[in-house]
Design a protein around this ligand. Structure first.
Ligand SMILES: [Zn+2]
Length: 401
């Protein structure tokens, strides 16, 4: 991930065995050390945690202290990230810390995992207790991701490999209500398939058609656990035409169409997740329509035009969720996608990364990374469904009856 600089600087050393060998070696050695010093984001050297919002914008970057595997933040970080008016009292002899927010107080005892909340009297247990470092009370990162967000009606997701915490408004997702709604079906379309359409291929032999099928199946399983019905346009390694894929969507009355792909580029530097949204604006000028005109077919009404807003909403939800996993914000592009133009439902294409890029390939080969992507997509489904079918309040139901 971040050791590439070192790898690049080592290569010339092996290649150049001429009479300037020694000088080159010294220079390479120097560059290697320099690259090691300046290499950013290596968890071992990073001494801060970055808190970001749903758009990936930084809320605060706070210094950390490490003790073994654990990282700790200061009391000041609570003010920086959550609550500028929070006050704190620390009793040195008793090693007790009290944090006061507007209407509640949080009691912590150094060395103990229990967190007490007043006036509710509730308690929580931290996986790691707060400790004293250099005579100051220090709070484990879990306090910032599991306890504090609740106080401010937020949710936090922690990405340890980037040392990044994303804060977002609490999900209003209510699976029981959505699960009972018979009309909700999502169509997941793993791109390509079969021997003649393998999609992109990595230098290590990883195939796009396999990556997207495995993810689609995982998404189906995870979504159905949440009460969201999912249909796949292909279940196996078989070839499917665009027409057949759209037929699956229509037959099952899908309300959202998500097509999964990977990218490849001649440039090894091109990388990252990309989201494409089907915006049919300008579709009539698209050259491939010439073929339809030749065969005498009238152009289909712009089925997708009715769903542009929903496609945008879902694409933004997806972007928000995926931003959490990536170093740089995920790109979202709107363009006419002919293959999806007959889908009578919001439609989005997700390109998971470049098989031609070393870093993307490494990530896409890690099951943990794929699991993170799957979770992000399912959260985006939930967010999207909640926005369209907001959870019904019991009082509203009573009024309707
Ligand atoms: Zn593809």
């Amino acid at each position: 991930m971040t050791t590439n600089n070192v790898v690049y600087t080592k290569k010339p050393q092996e290649a150049r065995t001429n009479r300037h060998g020694l000088r080159v070696t010294v220079r390479v050695l120097f560059l290697t050390i320099f690259a090691w010093i300046i290499t950013p984001n290596s968890p071992a050297q990073q001494n801060s945690v970055r808190f970001i919002d749903v758009n990936g914008e930084t809320i605060a970057e706070t210094p950390i202290q490490s003790q073994g595997e654990q990282i700790y933040l200061s009391v000041d970080a609570v003010r920086q990230v959550f609550d500028p008016v929070m006050t704190d009292q620390y009793n040195h002899p008793r090693k007790r810390l009290i944090l006061k927010t507007k209407d509640q107080q949080i009691r912590l005892q150094m060395g103990h995992p229990t967190v007490g909340i007043d006036p509710s009297g509730l308690t929580h247990t931290l996986p790691t207790p707060p400790i004293i470092i250099a005579q100051q009370p220090m709070l484990p990162v879990a306090f910032f991701t599991q306890i504090l967000p609740d106080f401010y009606n937020l949710e936090a997701l922690y990405n340890p490999s980037l040392q990044r915490v994303q804060l977002r408004p609490k999900d209003t997702w209510a699976p029981a209500v959505i699960g009972n709604s018979p009309n909700w079906a999502i169509i997941i379309d793993p791109g390509h398939g079969g021997e003649n359409d393998r999609g992109c291929e990595s230098s290590t032999g990883l195939l796009e058609k396999d990556i997207v099928l495995a993810l689609a199946k995982r998404l189906q399983r995870m979504s159905e656990e949440q009460g969201i019905k999912v249909y796949l346009t292909r279940q196996t390694d078989t070839k499917k035409t665009h027409f057949e894929r759209i037929q699956v969507a229509k037959r099952n009355q899908g309300q959202l169409f998500l097509s999964l792909h990977c990218n490849a580029s001649f440039s090894p530097h091109e990388k990252g997740i990309k989201i494409y949204l089907n915006n049919p604006k300008g579709q009539l000028r698209f050259p491939s329509n010439a073929q339809a005109a030749l065969t005498g077919q009238r152009l289909k009404p712009l089925a997708q035009a009715n769903f542009l807003k929903q496609s945008q909403d879902f694409a933004h939800a997806l972007q928000t969720e995926l931003n959490f996993l990536t170093e740089a914000p995920v790109e979202l592009t709107e363009l006419p996608l002919i293959a999806l133009s007959e889908a009578y439902m919001p439609a989005v294409v997700l390109e998971l990364g470049y098989l031609s890029n070393v870093e993307d390939l490494e990530k896409l080969s890690e099951s943990e990374y794929i699991a993170g992507i799957a979770q992000a997509i399912v959260r985006a489904f939930q967010r999207h469904i909640s926005a369209i079918n907001p959870p019904v309040q019991s009082t509203e139901l009573e009024q309707e009856q």
